[in-house]
Design a protein around this ligand. Sequence first.
Ligand SMILES: *Cc1c(COP(=O)(O)O)cnc(C)c1O
Length: 518
Amino acid sequence: MTMQNIGRPTRPEGDAASEGFASLTGGRGLLQDEPLIFELGGWTKTGVDLPAASEDASDLAGLTRASLDLPGLSEPEAMRHYVRLSQKNHAIDLALYPLGSCTMKHNPRLNEKAARMAGFADLHPLAPVATAQGALELMDRLAHWLKTLTGMPAVALTPKAGAHGELCGLLCIRAAHEAAGQGHRRTVLVPTSAHGTNPATAAFVGYSVQEIAQTDDGRVDLADLESKLGPDVAAIMVTNPNTCGLFEREVIEIGRLTHAAGAYFYCDGANFNAIVGRVRPGDLGVDAMHINLHKTFSTPHGGGGPGAGPVVLSEALAPFAPAPWVVSGPDGLHLVEEAVDEAARAFGRMSAFQGQMGMFVRAYAYMRSHGADGLRQVAEDAVLNANYIKARLSDVMTPAFPDGPCMHEALFDDAWLEGTGITTLDFAKAMIDEGFHPMTMYFPLVVHGAMLIEPTETESRRELDRFCDALRALAATAKLGDLERFKGAPHLAPLRRLDETLAARKPKLTWKPEAELA
Ligand SMILES: *Cc1c(COP(=O)(O)O)cnc(C)c1O
């Protein structure tokens, strides 16, 4: 291989381009600003040595590009760029991540070790089944644990997220109604406090969504539910524990009323972390429930995945479960890809192949390393930690539902900020200056200025105290009316208040050199 001189830096130190580079990578307090890799430039160099190409060797008949317009950085420049970017992510491995509803718990490295085993990680989905027996056995055992923990007779493993699981559940429900000549049922009932994915999924399947009111103590209003259940209702979607962090005490009655009206009970099981090992949704009358493996059973998530949202199904819905599923035969385990008999009337598939194998391995490793008793303790500790936060903050902030304990999340409203001129958003941004990632804000929608804190079971007492101490001090400052501190927050982050709505609605997904923009 010959070294190409076109790949070497050609500009002397101190020229215009180098100065631009220096200012672009400036930062304060060792917090480095980071431009786009394209802005780092280096168009005239490259960090790799490629063999000199011979022009004649091209068989592209004149279609050869003169330039690829790829930024050329040296190895240390490229390294630093990506390491700096990685440091801009908040991560559960850095500190507490109290996002309510998201269950940001520590992900044991044991799971990662298991998932990286070559027999799982390098297995091709089209490999002959005889070579995939271990992976199929793991899927089978995972299915067994999920069915046992939920008290449900069937599970569809393939959905790839909670929302995808909701879709799977509603498609099972639609197929079951159609098979029973009830295809005219067009409505899905959803409580006002529901996660946005619930009504979105129902609408996606083609149902119209009707809201169920909530009682003053944050639960489903049974009278309102009863008045809305009718011959047009296909299903209800209820989260339990709900998004206010409260257990639906009347859940059995909710299921009974729903079934009496000929509808199915879909339970959003994203909050299963709070009840795993203590309550079996199958005993509560649930017909379908997704389980976010990436929340309850601990796999890294946030930033878009990967996740897995298996759906457990009742006897009535089991025949409609999507393919594939694992069965055991005389020559070992295999995946049933197509429904063959009357008992199995799969509505179709949710994904190509078998689903998220890596998540299955992680979740199963987590289950086996905890054991049944350990999983029960997970739920108990998650609830204990949330109640500790609720108890420590309730005299300075206003709990949305002060009476009785909460489940795995402590929910506050913004009544305590009244008259200060400070909003939930200001308070959350000020938390960043104190070194804490904000909690979930303005969700659930039914609570004014909601602040939803989910510590999970993996935070220590010391860490919970640090968090509570910081919030107590910040709350005291807010009540003194230190507007500048809050309105301008975050003061210490590399970027201050961003227009998050604009960023989400009108993302800039392309880059052009400044010269071309002008
Ligand atoms: C996280 C969550 C979902 C959606 O799960 P994804 O895996 O993000 O699709 C649905 N409902 C509730 C209550 C959740 O917390």
